[in-house]
Design a protein around this ligand. Structure first.
Ligand code: ZN
Length: 448
């Protein structure tokens, strides 16, 4: 994806739980001591990975968007398209491969090999789930999220966000619905269409510069940015291999200034573009792990991608440095009047703290507890957006369903992992670099 960024950044969710389905391959007690058998197991794992790659491409022929990125040999893609197995056969093949991994993982002795096996096992469980969904199976929201993305979300009741709404009301006093008052206030921070390109160019350059200072990047890396319309998302990164991304920005709705750094970090650096480059460099090229040249959207890999992309904004622009950059650099480029006080940034922070409501609304809507009209009304109320923006948000949920957990929950998990024990800023960046350069699973973020 990679990746979609929601209309408003989702704040952290408190209380996330690890998946209860930790793959056996990740267990610490399985270190096989029979060194003579290790090469055989490693080769078997390579064979499993090659089968997983072909399987993923084949599943992708049954659902547009399932394969978010693929940059391996084109002939594998063509072979998948020529005569793909049907969904039932692919489901059986997926389960067979999961059983093979379980047998093989017991014989792996090296830690990185075990992590590779655990990663493949978790990705296959997600593939199994998605294939069942393609054939009509419906899971409850939390079950679907856990099976696809490797984490069981614990959602907060909507009423727990009411105190934040009350604080927001004091920041934008007046009559009328609170969402309308917030929208009217923020309209003054809309980037004029003819300033979009320059503003985004400047923002992305700063996200890149701050990321480059801490994480080495291939010298020939590049991206291209396009403005598009008619999408349920507001930004998307299409990674194309060879360290190149296509970043699309949706201009269906007016774009506010805060999106510039958010998008630059999330879709670019240290977000999706950087993560995909590091996976290509460190895993596909250096280790020859071809399975990382394909990216199935509905998989635990997406929780890592969205979580690191969202957290990357705060990592690159800590404390007040985001506001400083917006005030001193981006507002002048966008020809937006610089406000005399901090109310704009206070308001954005408060909106972000309430945005965990997005997940609760998605759960209620997808589990059939509320209808679409109610979901749009609650989105307006808790995300403080216009009817049009709320409609786009619910359309995203219609299309991507429990994928919405990857933003807020993924961000909270990456933040907790990177900031555990109050490390130095250099150490925080080192932890971030490991997350985006290794076969990281959500359960790895919880490990000490
Ligand atoms: Zn994203």
């Amino acid at each position: 994806m990679r990746k979609l960024i929601l209309l408003s950044l989702i704040a952290l969710l408190s209380g996330c739980a690890a998946s209860g389905t930790k793959p056996s391959a990740a267990a610490g007690s399985v270190a096989a001591l029979d060194v003579r058998r290790t090469p055989v197991s490693t080769k078997a794992l390579g064979d499993i990975a090659a089968t997983y790659l072909r399987l993923t491409l084949e599943i992708g022929t049954h659902e547009a968007g399932y394969v978010d990125a693929y940059y391996g040999p084109p002939e594998l893609q063509k072979a998948a398209e020529v005569a793909p197995r049907d969904k039932a056969a692919l489901l059986a093949a997926t389960r067979d491969l999961m059983a093979q991994i379980d047998r093989t993982a017991r014989r792996l002795s090296d830690p990185i090999g075990r992590r590779r096996a655990a990663f493949l096992r978790a990705q296959l469980r997600a593939a199994e789930t998605r294939l069942m969904m393609m054939q009509g199976t419906r899971f409850a929201f939390a079950d679907e999220a856990e099976r696809l993305f490797g984490v069981r979300p614990r959602l907060q009741p909507l009423a727990s966000y009411d105190a934040e709404l009350a604080r927001i009301a004091t920041l934008v006093p007046g009559d009328g619905a609170l969402a309308d008052r917030v929208e009217a206030y923020l309209d003054a921070f809309t980037i004029p269409k003819d300033r979009l390109q320059k503003t985004f160019d400047a923002a992305i350059a700063r996200c890149r510069g701050r990321s480059m200072a801490h994480i080495a990047m291939p010298g020939d890396e590049s991206f291209r940015m396009e403005f598009v319309t008619g999408k349920s998302w507001s930004g998307y990164n299409y990674y194309q291999g060879r360290y190149h991304s296509l970043i699309q920005v949706n201009t269906d709705l007016p774009i506010r200034l805060s999106r510039a750094l958010d998008l630059g970090c999330h879709e670019g650096y240290p977000g999706h573009h950087l993560l995909n480059m590091k996976l290509e460099e460190k895993l596909v090229k250096a280790r020859g792990w071809a399975e990382f040249s394909v990216y199935p959207l509905y998989s635990p890999q997406s929780l890592i991608a969205e979580g690191s992309a969202n957290y990357g904004i705060d990592l690159a622009f800590p404390a007040g440095s985001k506001a400083d950059t917006e005030r001193d650099v981006l507002m002048p480029i966008a020809e937006i009047a610089v406000p005399a006080d901090d109310r704009y940034w206070q308001l954005l922070a408060a909106i972000e703290r309430a945005s965990g409501a997005r997940l609760t609304i998605a759960q209620q809507y997808l589990d059939g507890e509320i209808d679409r009209k109610a979901a749009i009304a609650l989105t307006q109320k808790y995300l403080l957006v216009s009817a049009k923006r709320a409609e786009q948000s619910v359309s995203f949920t219609d299309q991507y369903r429990s994928y919405v957990i990857n933003y807020g929950l993924g961000e909270a998990m990456v933040r907790a992992h990177v900031e555990r024990g109050r490390p130095s800023r250099d150490e925080m960046w080192r932890r971030m670099a490991r997350i985006v350069s290794e076969p990281t699973l959500p359960s790895d973020l919880l490990a000490r």
